[in-house]
Design a protein around this ligand. Sequence first.
Ligand SMILES: [Zn+2]
Ligand SMILES: [Zn+2]
Length: 328
Amino acid sequence: MEFTKILWAPFEQFLDLSYRMAYLYLFSALVVAMVAYMIDKARKGEAETVSLLRWLLPARILLHPSAQADFAFYFINKMLLAAIYGSMLLTTPLSFNAMTAIFEWVLGPSAANFQPHVGFSVVTTLVIVLALDFSLWALHFIFHKVPFLWDYHKVHHSAEVMTPITAARMHPVEEVIDSSVAGLSVGATMAVMHYLLGSAAIQITLFEINIFIAVFYFSAFHLRHSHVWIRYPYWLQHIVVCPAQHQIHHSVDRKHWDKNMGFIFSFWDWAAGTLYAPKGKEELTFGLGTEEDGGSWHSLRALYFLPFRQSYNRLRGKKDFAPTEPAE
Ligand SMILES: [Zn+2]
Ligand SMILES: [Zn+2]
């Protein structure tokens, strides 16, 4: 791959609307944050409110070693993804072709001969987003519950302040697994729908992604990794994950550990007993909630290599890592 393409990879993510980091999704979060600022200002009164810029981008967050590490990690990770480990991902077309071949081998060629219809398209689109979201929830649950995997997921939870870039604070091991599971679940679901509906299995897209996912990215998705508290009504928090619920997921408070592992929908957590739906504003501190907070994770060396060291020591039964197992 060309060197310039690798250098461009981190910026490409901001421009391509099929990526969650795209400028339009960041802009929609900004609009919602501005409304939240105005509500806050109206409630507190002029005298107690700082300027919009200082409220949105406080120096205590932007200059925090955690945020600085996020920014550096983002750029290097996206270049590594483009240069090296992007080719290791199991993609949607690959799993679609493999699953279609398996179905045809086991069940014979599909006899489905339906004409395209908006009803089929809506069902196909909904089934794909549900399958994807369930697989991401289940994987996130496993990353919390299996100690060997938690060593890698800790990278994401070690953030002590959050900005939208924190969404990309993901160890390459987790990113490869996450992206591959996403590719596998979408590809396999599309193969099932194609086998059942034939050419009528059309996914409705916006910016080349499932329309429900695009709408989700527009719905202040990026505020989940921020200090801006946006809480949906209590009943709605049982259906869709709001930014406040994901902030709870990052809280150091033990009662918040292993809660709200959903990506788009929260009913998986509701069914599993891991839903935490706040009824009012909660003051949160972000981080691991262990003695490892306070700076040990805010260097590129730690973010890349500490998970390998900790999981290696865990396999050898050596307990020289801090007691950071997630709560039971
Ligand atoms: Zn998590
Ligand atoms: Zn997060």
